[in-house]
Write a protein that binds this ligand. Sequence first.
Ligand code: UDP
Length: 451
Amino acid sequence: MQTHPHPFPISRVKIPNRQAIALISEHGDPAAQIGKDAAGGQNVYVRQVGEALAKLGWQVDMFTRKSNPDDATIVEHTPHCRTIRLVAGPEKYIPRDRLFEYMPAFVAAFQKFQQQEGITYPLAHTNYWMSGWVGLELKKHQNLQLLHTYHSLGAIKYRTVDNIPAVAQTRLAVERQILEQSHCIISTSPQEMDDLRQLVSQRGRIEIIPCGTDIDNFQPISRAGARQELGLDPQAKIVLYVGRFDPRKGIETLVRAYAQLLERSADAQNLRLLIVGGSDPQEDDGAERLRIEGIVNSLGIGASLEFVGMVGHDRLPLYYTAADVCVIPSHYEPFGLVAIEAMACGTPVVASDVGGLKFTVVPEETGLLVPAKDEAAFAQAIERILTDDLWAQQMRKQAVTRVQDNFSWTGVAVQLSDLYRSLLARSILQPAMFRTTLISTSSRSAIARAS
Ligand code: UDP
C-alpha cells in the first residue's frame, strides 16, 4: 500500500482561494489547435491571456460555442484554466455572419452552466461583438463586471468589403452598446482607441492593453539552422506571409508586389515567397486561396512561390527566423499578432500603415510601414530591406528588444489582472452590490485572492 507523507493525497487537495472569472469567445475556440484549425488571432489571444491569468492566481473558465459534436465539452489546459464548449445552435461550423441568431441560446447555456456548477462569475471579459452582446445580456441578470476586447470593428470592416452582410446594422448597434455599457473596453492599440472614439462613441471607458506573444516560443534562433530544418536554400532572399486567407489580409497586394520585385531585381533567381496559412477549402477562406492562386498563375510567378499551408506555433518560429522579411499587407488590422511574432524572432516587418501595425512596427527601426494596397510601395520597401544587410541586421536586434520590452503575454496578463481587481474592488464599494450578498462576497474574495 502506498503511504502519503501528507494527510491527503496531493491530487485530492483542492487549492482554495481562486476567484473564477469567465473569458467569453463565442467563435474562436481557445482550445482549437492554432495553425491546424481555422484559427486566427482571437483564439491565440484568449488562450494565451487565459493561461497567463491562471498563472497569476485566477481560475479562468473560457467559454466558446461547440462547433463539432466530436469536440470535448470541457478541455483542461492547465489546472486552473479550461475551455468550456456550450451548445448553442447546431454543433457544426457556422460562418460568423450567420452566428448571431444563436447567441440567445449561448446566453441560456452559460446561465445553465453557472447554475449546475454553483458559480456566479463576478467578471466576464468578452471577445468580439457577439460575445459582447452575450455579456450585456448576462449583466442584466447578474452582478457582473464586464470587460470587452473588440478584435475587429464593424465600422471599419464594412468600409473595406463589397458585400455588406445582413447582420451589419445589428453589429454596428451592438458595438456601440458594448462601448457605452461595459465597465471597460480593452483597446489593443492607441489607433484602435482613436477609431472607437471617432467611429463608435465618445462615451464609455477605454484602457489600452496590447496583445502579446509567447516570447519563449517566438525568440531568435539560428537562421542557418532554421533554413536547413525547412530545406530552404541558405543563399535565398526569403519573403514571408503568415495569416489567414481573407481578402482584407491583402495577399493580392503582396503577390503583385512580389511580381514587380521579380521583374526588376538583379537577383531574381534567388528570391522566394512563402505564403503560410489557409485552411480547408470548404471553410470561409478557401475561396480566397483559389483567387490568389489564380492571380499567381496569371502573373506567371508560381515557380519561386510556395503555398506552405497551415503551420502550428511549434514550427512557426522556424519560418519567421528563416525569412529575410515578413510582410503584412492587411487593409486593416486591429492589432496584428503576426507582426510581433515575426519581430520577436528578429525578422523585420513590412506592413500596411494601418491600425495596430502603426503601433507595433517602428518605421526604420523594426521594419517599414507603407500605404495599404500600394503594390509599388510594398515592392520598394521589401527591396530596401533585402538589399541592405547592415541595416537589416540592426533591425533584427531592435525588433527583438521591442517585443520583449512591450508585448510579452505575462506583461499583458499582469495589466489585465490589475484592471480586473480594480473593477471588482469598485463593484464592492457600490452600495447596490451589498444587496447581493452572494456576489459581493465572491467579488470581495476575488480582490484578496487574485494577486
Ligand atoms: N497562424 C498560425 N498558423 C498559420 C497562420 C496563422 O498559427 O498557418 C496564427 C499566427 O501565428 C497568429 C494568428 O494565427 O498568432 C493570426 O493573428 P493575427 O492577429 O495576425 O490575425 P487574425 O487572424 O486575428 O486576423
